[in-house]
Ligand binder design. Structure first.
Ligand SMILES: [Zn+2]
Length: 141
């Protein structure tokens, strides 16, 4: 489980961030940000839009997309690409961590950063910026 206390922002903070990003801070957009930053777990853009529809918030996919991009640019959200999906997944856990994919349910679970030994040929030639590890499996029967 990730701890999102520090990424949960007040409506005022979200309003400020949206304005900095050049987006109008409509109540729909602020609500959307709150959901993505505080409640959602690794949603796709479609997941966020489906959520907004269940809330009675009328919004276009483009608006959702622009809003999520603004959060990414502001460093509050990470966009992830996994080899098993052709869609971008948004992650509100911005601490370094890896992922476990439950192949039966499709759930993506955060796992803590693993100490990874970089003492290999790669690190002689390249500087490493980020390490993304995805572990796949399923519940034992
Ligand atoms: Zn994650």
């Amino acid at each position: 489980m990730n701890n999102n206390q520090n990424t949960c922002l007040s409506a005022e903070q979200i309003t400020h961030m949206l304005k900095d990003a050049g987006l109008s801070a409509t109540s729909q957009r602020v609500g959307l940000c709150k959901y993505v930053l505080c409640e959602a777990r690794h949603p796709t853009v479609e997941d966020v839009r489906n959520w907004s529809e269940t809330q009675g918030i009328k919004t276009s996919l483009a608006t959702v997309y622009n809003t999520l991009n603004a959060l990414c640019k502001a460093g509050m959200l990470k966009d992830l690409r996994f080899p098993h999906m052709d869609k971008v997944i948004y992650d509100n856990n911005i601490e370094p961590h890896h992922h476990f994919l439950d192949e039966e349910t499709g759930n993506i679970i955060d796992i803590p950063e693993i100490d990874f030994e970089y003492n290999n040929k790669l690190s002689h030639e390249y500087e490493i910026h980020d390490v993304d590890i995805i572990i796949r499996g399923r519940l034992k029967n």
